[in-house]
Design a protein around this ligand. Structure first.
Ligand SMILES: [Zn+2]
Ligand SMILES: [Zn+2]
Length: 64
């Protein structure tokens, strides 16, 4: 059997990676106090405890 149809992602926020990509505008969004240049950063996605796809990936990584 081939997986012709891709399984839709459970969490569109992180694409089931467990990491949510966010854009920091240079204010305190990322946790830094001083002003700085805009940049991208990641935070742990809230779906982790309930996202099965993510959990399966984690299991596979641990088993490898
Ligand atoms: Zn997520
Ligand atoms: Zn920042």
């Amino acid at each position: 059997m081939t997986d012709a149809i891709e399984r839709a992602v459970e969490c569109e926020t992180c694409g089931d990676s467990g990491w949510e990509r966010r854009e920091c505008t240079g204010d305190q969004a990322c946790g830094r106090r001083r002003r700085h240049l805009p940049h991208l950063y990641v935070v742990v996605c809230e779906c982790r405890p309930i996202n099965r796809t993510f959990q399966e990936k984690q299991e596979r990584r641990r088993a490898a």
